[in-house]
Design a protein around this ligand. Structure first.
Ligand code: ZN
Length: 422
C-alpha cells in the first residue's frame, strides 16, 4: 500500500517531519541515530559576509520494520537544500567521471543500445553522465532544476531546467518520444515523493525500456561507518531489498544489481517492466547477504555505537595535536564534510581552512555552520600546516599520493571509519 501521509516540504520554505515510511507507509518508525541539528550542507556563506541567522534542521535516521527502508526523519524544502547557486558539479570528481563512463559502457553493451535510443537522465547536473551517451551516438535529454544545468546546455546537452515530475515526464515524452534508458544517479534518494517519481519514470519508459538507478548503498554506509553521507539531500538510504520493495509497488522488476565505488559505496540497479528482462543471478546474490528485519535492527544499533565512538576518537586525536601546537588544515569540502565537521563540532579554532582544487565553486565560501574558509589548494603547499584531515576520506588512497607529489610534507589524517594518520 502506498503511504497515505507523505512528508512533502517542497514549497513550504521550511521542513516537514517524516512520520510514516516513505516507501510502504508503515509507522511509527524506529529511531536509529541522531546527529543533532545541522545546517543545510550546500548553503555556503561567502567569506567576509556578516553572519546572519540560518535555519538548522534535526538530522535523525529512522528504520522501517516493514520494508526495511532506512530514512531521514525530516524532509526539508528543496529550495533550501538545492539553492539555484548549488555549488556541486559532478564533472569535477575523477571517480564520478570514471563511474559514468563505466555506466555508459556497461549499459550500452548490456542493453545493445543504438543511435535511435533515447537516454534521459534525472538530476543531470552538469551533463557529465549524458555526455558519455551523447558521445556514444545516442539521443539524450537531461532534467536538472539548478543553474549547473546551464553548463550541460553549453556542452550541447538538451536540458530541461525544472524539478522532475509527471508533468515534465509527459513533456519529454511528447517532445522526444519514450525513453529506452532512464538514469537517476545519486538523486533517486533525494526527491520527496518517491512514488510520484517512479510514476513519472514509468510514464517515460519504453515498453522494454530500462531504469538504471545509482544510490548510496546502505550496507556500505554501515560497513564503513559513513555517517557523514547522512544529510538532508539524502532522504532514503537504500538496501537492494528496500529498492526492490519500492519498484515492485510500480510493477517494475530489478533484473541486475551490483555494488559500485561511487561516494564510498553505492549500488547500481537495473529495472524494467515485470517480465521484460531476464533476471540475473546478481540480484539474488546481493539480496542473500543483506541483513533484514531484526538482524538489520541489531546492525543499526552497533552502527550508532561506532558513530559515537568515532566522534570521541577524532576529538581526542585532534586535541592531542592541538595541545602540541600543531596547525591543522582540511582537504576537500564535499557535502559530507559538513556533516562530519558539524557532528564532531570542529570549527575555525581547530581547522584553519579546508582546501579545494582550483576551479571549485566552493573556494571563498565557509563550511556550513562554521567560520572555516574554503581556500585554493595551493595554500596548503605554501603554508605547510603540520597536518591535514582528509574530509573526502573515501578517496584518500587516490588523494594522498597526489598531495605528497605536489609537495605537502605534513601528516595526513583520515577521520573515518577509525581516525588514523596515513
Ligand atoms: Zn517501509
Amino acid at each position: 500500500m502506498r503511504p497515505t501521509k507523505i512528508a512533502v516540504a517542497s514549497g513550504t520554505g521550511a521542513s516537514v517531519p517524516v512520520e510514516c515510511c516513505q516507501i510502504c507507509g508503515h509507522g511509527p518508525l524506529e529511531r536509529v541515530l541522531s546527529l543533532g541539528y545541522m545546517p543545510p550542507v550546500n548553503q555556503m556563506v561567502s567569506l567576509g559576509q556578516i553572519p546572519r541567522q540560518q535555519s538548522w534542521f534535526p538530522t535523525d535516521l529512522l528504520h522501517c520494520r516493514t520494508c526495511d527502508l532506512v530514512q531521514l526523519g525530516l524532509a526539508v524544502d528543496p529550495a533550501i537544500i538545492f539553492p539555484a547557486e548549488y555549488p556541486y558539479t559532478s564533472g569535477t570528481t575523477k571517480l564520478l567521471r570514471d563511474n559514468f563512463a563505466d555506466l555508459h559502457r556497461e549499459s550500452a553493451a548490456l542493453l545493445k543500445l543504438g543511435e535511435h535510443d533515447l537516454v534521459v537522465d534525472i538530476g543531470s547536473n552538469d551533463g557529465t553522465l549524458l555526455s558519455n551517451f551523447k558521445d556514444g551516438g545516442h539521443r539524450v535529454v537531461g532534467i536538472e532544476p539548478t543553474d549547473v544545468g546551464d553548463i550541460a546546455k553549453e556542452r550541447g546537452i538538451p536540458t530541461v531546467k525544472r524539478y522532475f515530475g509527471l508533468q515534465v515526464a509527459r513533456e519529454v515524452n511528447r517532445d522526444y518520444g519514450p525513453a529506452s534508458v532512464i538514469t537517476a544517479a545519486n538523486c533517486f534518494a533525494h526527491i520527496e515523493d518517491v512514488h510520484a517519481i517512479v510514476d513519472a519514470i514509468v510514464e517515460m519508459l519504453k515498453q522494454d525500456g530500462v531504469f538504471i538507478s545509482e544510490s548510496h548503498y546502505l550496507i556500505a554506509l554501515l560497513d564503513a561507518l559513513q555517517y557523514d553521507t547522512i544529510y538532508h539531500e539524502h532522504l532514503r538510504y537504500y538496501s537492494l531489498a528496500s529498492l526492490k520493495y519500492l519498484l515492485e509497488m510500480h510493477d517494475l522488476e530489478i533484473f541486475h544489481a551490483r555494488p559500485i565505488p561511487s561516494h564510498g559505496g553505492s549500488i547500481r540497479v537495473y529495472a524494467g517492466r515485470r517480465g521484460a528482462h531476464t533476471v540475473q543471478a546478481s540480484v539474488q546474490r546481493m539480496l542473500a547477504v543483506e541483513p533484514r528485519g531484526e538482524a538489520l535492527a541489531k546492525r543499526l544499533l552497533s552502527f550508532r555505537r561506532d558513530v559515537v565512538l568515532s566522534k570521541l576518537r577524532l576529538i581526542a586525536m585532534l586535541c592531542e595535536l592541538k595541545d602540541k601546537g600543531a596547525r591543522i588544515a582540511g582537504i576537500s569540502a564535499p557535502s559530507r564534510a559538513s556533516t562530519l565537521i558539524n557532528y564532531v563540532g570542529l570549527d575555525e579554532g581547530i581547522i584553519d581552512y579546508v582546501c579545494e582544487i582550483p576551479g571549485s565553486l566552493k573556494i571563498g565560501k565557509l563550511i556550513p555552520g562554521t567560520g572555516i574558509p574554503v581556500v585554493d589548494e595551493t595554500r596548503l603547499f605554501s603554508d605547510q600546516p603540520d597536518c591535514a584531515v582528509i574530509f573526502s576520506w573515501h578517496i584518500a588512497d587516490e588523494l594522498a599520493p597526489k598531495l605528497k607529489a605536489k609537495g605537502f610534507r605534513g601528516k595526513l589524517i583520515t577521520p573515518l571509519p577509525v581516525p588514523r594518520v596515513m
